[in-house]
Write a protein that binds this ligand. Structure first.
Ligand code: TYD
Ligand code: MG
Length: 460
């Protein structure tokens, strides 16, 4: 077969060049040319379109036979939860995360469970040797595992193996190690990652094999190849969590076959990752008495409410005080500090402010606002919030406290775990008495200054 020609395409304007240049000759942008495979048109464009139109088939939606997608559970409930019920035939999943967080471990466990349930599986390893994978499987207690392993990084060979063995599910660990001989760029480069993922995606759709691509996250937090893969695949999952703690979260960022923002919670144990089916209280630190600067909130990630402790430390800073956040958005922190100053008269101008969501969990919803502000004020005053206290609610720039979605569910979870005082947005307060809220005194607030004075009264 004649080798396909490669060319360089500009990321900005789409212009092409036969050789690599630092500056795009079309739009003059720097460093935007990326290697790609040139497709040579075989016939003049006009004729080609005319002949293609005859062969392409157009049908109405009603005529398309669409049965609900078949899902195969992986045998790991928490993984199935983020996948939306299990793996889907021909579906492509991208799973990203920091090195060492447990991607290979989890996928090997899932493959083994699938293999044992009678599915044909293939684990393609580009980072470790077959022996290393085998060693891990022994460590995981997967004795006598029948998972097929292929240690290969060349795309064409991987595709040939997939076509030959026709597994139900294949894991490519990792996409950054795979290279196509059609391109001269190094494995892991944007061009290679994009090209290889595109070929594998096409193979998945054509053969019905579900493919899981493992991707590394770069230092900037993006999957290598500036998020080039996210739009190609059906499902994007990210591993989160602190490698120092044993808890790991998997979050669905995109899912064509299920809900997004669903999370699965795992604990890393001696024998691999184990699902945590009732994670609501794992993100609380274990103080016996309340301490200043700590406020518990109820976050609703996906379909499950979870209690997460927000900690703040306000300490006198230098000439340019720092605002740092772990697990929460830093820009939002700056905004909340401004709202706190303007509407509640709490000034932290000359103070360093640090906030942290306990346990390495990342909270993206604005419902954390109220808890963040209460934790900051509590640290500034050196006064702890009352025992058994929770708060949630979004705070707007005008100082208004806005409702969080599905507030009642959050309150029920807090009541279930024995919390006794809640400060929540007015619209989230239950209208009628319900047994589920028993033991929980609920205070409804409309404005941040109201919340502040209420908390001061409660603490005295
Ligand atoms: P790994 O799956 O290799 O991470 P990734 O593929 O995301 O880079 O995870 C490796 C880490 O998990 C490593 O630090 C050791 C730890 N680990 C356990 O704690 N228990 C186990 O049973 C296994 C296999 C790994
Ligand atoms: Mg790995």
């Amino acid at each position: 077969m004649a080798k396909d020609k490669t060319q360089y395409t500009c990321n900005e304007c789409g212009g092409t060049s036969p050789k690599w240049l630092g500056k795009c000759p079309h739009c003059n942008a720097w460093n935007t040319l990326i290697e790609s495979v040139a497709e040579s048109p075989s016939a003049p464009a006009k004729n080609r379109f005319a002949s293609l139109a005859k062969t392409a088939e157009v049908t109405t939606l009603a005529d398309i036979d669409a049965t609900d997608v078949q899902r195969t559970p992986t045998g790991h409930d928490e993984l199935d939860r983020v996948l939306g019920g299990g793996i889907v035939e021909g579906g492509v999943v991208l799973i990203g995360g920091d090195p060492g967080i447990g991607k290979s471990t989890l996928l090997l466990q899932a493959l083994d469970a699938l293999q044992r349930s009678g599915q044909k599986t293939l684990y393609v390893t580009g980072e470790e040797s077959g022996a290393q994978v085998a060693l891990r499987s022994r460590r995981l207690g997967l004795d006598g595992s029948q998972v097929s392993v292929l240690a290969e990084i060349q795309l064409e060979k991987i595709l040939a193996t997939l076509a030959h063995t026709q597994p139900a599910i294949a894991v490519i660990d990792s996409i950054q190690t795979v290279y196509s001989e059609q391109l001269t760029s190094a494995p892991g480069s944007v061009a290679q990652v994009r090209e290889c993922a595109a070929h594998l995606t096409r193979a998945a759709k054509a053969s019905g094999t579900a493919i899981v691509l493992v991707g590394h996250v770069t230092k900037e937090g993006a999957l290598a190849g500036p998020r080039v893969l996210e739009h190609m695949v059906d499902t994007v999952l990210y591993f989160e969590g602190d490698t120092h703690s044993s808890f790991r979260l998997i979050r669905a960022i995109k899912n064509r076959f299920g809900a997004v923002n669903e999370i699965g919670v795992f604990a890393m144990t001696e024998r691999g990752l184990k699902g945590v089916s009732n994670p609501s209280a794992i993100f609380l630190s274990q103080h016996s008495e309340p301490v200043p600067g700590s406020c518990v909130m109820v976050t609703l990630e996906g379909t499950r409410p979870m209690l997460v402790e927000i900690q703040a430390l306000v300490d006198s800073g230098g000439p340019s005080p720092r605002r740092l956040s772990v697990g929460l958005d830093r820009d939002r922190l700056a905004m909340l500090l401004a709202v706190l100053h303007r509407h509640a008269g709490v000034a932290c101008m000359d103070q360093d402010v640090f906030v942290n969501a306990v346990g390495g969990v990342r909270i993206s919803e604005p419902a954390a606002d109220l808890a963040v502000m209460l934790a900051i004020t509590s640290s500034l005053r050196g006064k702890a919030l009352p025992k058994g206290f929770i708060a949630f609610g979004e705070v707007g720039l005008a100082g208004e406290v806005r409702p969080a979605p599905r507030g009642q569910e959050r309150l029920k979870e807090a009541a279930k775990l024995g919390f006794s005082v809640a400060v929540v947005p007015k619209a989230n307060a239950p209208k009628k008495n319900d047994k589920a809220f028993e033991g929980l005194t609920i205070h409804a607030v409309e404005r941040i200054e109201e919340a502040m004075s209420l908390v001061r009264q409660l603490a005295d």
